[in-house]
Design a protein around this ligand. Structure first.
Ligand SMILES: Cc1cc2nc3c(=O)[nH]c(=O)nc-3n(C[C@H](O)[C@H](O)[C@H](O)COP(=O)(O)OP(=O)(O)OC[C@H]3O[C@@H](n4cnc5c(N)ncnc54)[C@H](O)[C@@H]3O)c2cc1C
Length: 380
């Protein structure tokens, strides 16, 4: 068993950290959040320096990196700005991984080079008003019409729809015995007539945020289908595993940033004539935060390794998502307490970690659902 990163992986992280220190410093992230402005400059800088090619195949201009390389990248971006990591992960998952796994040669040739260059952004439309945790109960319908399809329905919480070029949209094309049957995925051009996007005001994730999307007689060509007609659920499942790795790596990075801020504060803020970190009540909080972060990081890289060996299970993905999400939430909460009244002030970054981290135990499958999956894996 080897817990060390390779020299190349260490270098990868160092290069990325130095670029992000430049293009995505803390005050930039704070401004994007406060102004509700997507971090476009940082996104483009990552593209310009070739980071979107990290896990794309060599024949499409990428470097064919591993799941561990991907986790390193998202952890480091998350450490600088979680929402930037979310944006990158969405494009790499729904425009990169999904197209690599299920795209036709034409779709790969048309889309992957533009993912690499940062020309295209992608988002994911699965959740509907009446189907959240029970995601496969979706009702947005794609009906065959001429040589294409017509889409009607409503999605909610499609994050980044307003800044994306394509949405990987999960639709129902027929009714099978099970709700997981009859599902087809489309790569829908977000600017097509009949699509209406409304921004949703949220507690956190305010730089890019999320949207409600209405599809009214949206005509798409048959070439927009990604993967097999009526058999799309298996693909959705595989995206969700990939998503869990990306989200968990990014959130572990963000939790690390919250921890580092709180640690620094505890060493410098004085009360009763000494740094507050010297009070056991504060020191123990920081010790607990460090332990949770160590475990989170080990779970991220263990899962990345399992994925690269083709050995990851549904239960492993749930353990990862549950623990890293709960850790981010707990670390931000403890961090806010360590900052006292200043943790509650918008001028300080802890409130952003606190707000953003609340989504970590809801989005991409709630903690309750992850526990259900783990329990099922135990035969319960
Ligand atoms: C900011 C934000 C961004 C998001 N981004 C996206 C996105 O880009 N694309 C997308 O498709 N979706 C996205 N989502 C949707 C997200 O994945 C769902 O919100 C989540 O899966 C939960 O669904 P729900 O909100 O409908 O809650 P519900 O499913 O209604 O759940 C409500 C409560 O009941 C609990 N519950 C439900 N079923 C069970 C059960 N069987 N056992 C125990 N407890 C249960 C839940 O855990 C939760 O506590 C986003 C959500 C938010 C808030």
């Amino acid at each position: 068993m080897d817990f060390a990163f390779t020299r190349e992986q260490e270098t990868l992280r160092e290069h990325l950290r130095s670029l992000l220190d430049d293009v995505c410093p803390p005050d930039y992230a704070a401004r994007c959040d406060a102004e509700g402005r997507p971090p476009r400059e940082a996104y483009q800088a990552l593209a310009k320096h070739g980071w979107f090619g990290l896990v794309l195949p060599v024949e499409y201009g990428g470097t064919g990196g591993s799941a561990i390389d991907l986790a390193i990248m998202l952890e480091e971006i998350g450490r600088h700005f979680e929402e930037l990591a979310m944006w990158v992960f969405r494009t790499l998952t729904y425009g990169g991984y999904a197209v690599m796994q299920h795209g036709t040669p034409e779709q790969k040739a048309a889309l992957l080079p533009k993912v690499l260059s940062g020309e295209l952004s992608f988002c994911f439309g699965l959740t509907e008003p009446a189907s959240g945790s029970d995601a496969a109960a979706l009702t947005t319908r794609a009906t065959r019409s001429g040589d294409g399809y017509v889409i009607n329905g409503q999605k909610v919480f499609t994050s980044g729809m307003d800044i994306s070029d394509y949405c990987l949209l999960v639709t129902r094309t027929s009714t099978g015995e099970k709700k997981q049957q009859g599902i087809t995925n489309f790569l829908v051009d977000t600017k097509l007539p009949g699509i209406e996007v409304r921004k949703i005001e949220t507690l956190g994730q305010r730089a890019i945020g999320t949207t409600q999307v209405f599809y009214n007689d949206v005509k798409v060509p048959a070439s927009a289908v990604l993967g097999e007609v009526d058999r799309g659920w298996q693909a959705v499942d595989s995206y969700l595993w990939y998503e869990r790795l990306c989200l968990s790596a990014a959130r572990t990075g963000a939790a690390q940033a919250a921890f580092e801020y709180a640690l620094d504060y505890a060493k410098t803020r004085k009360q009763f004539g000494r740094p507050i970190g010297q009070f056991q009540a504060i020191a123990h909080k920081l010790a607990d935060m460090k332990v949770m972060l160590d475990v989170s990081r080990m779970l991220v890289y263990r899962f990345a390794w399992l994925m690269s060996q083709g050995q990851a299970t549904r239960s492993d993905a749930a353990v990862l998502k549950l623990y890293t999400g709960e850790t981010y939430k707990a670390v931000s909460d403890l961090g806010l307490q360590i900052l006292g009244g200043y943790g509650y002030c918008m001028e300080y970054p802890m409130q952003r970690f606190f707000r953003d981290s609340r989504l970590a135990v809801i989005g991409g499958g709630t903690s309750e659902i992850q526990r259900n999956i783990i329990a099922r894996g135990l035969g319960l």
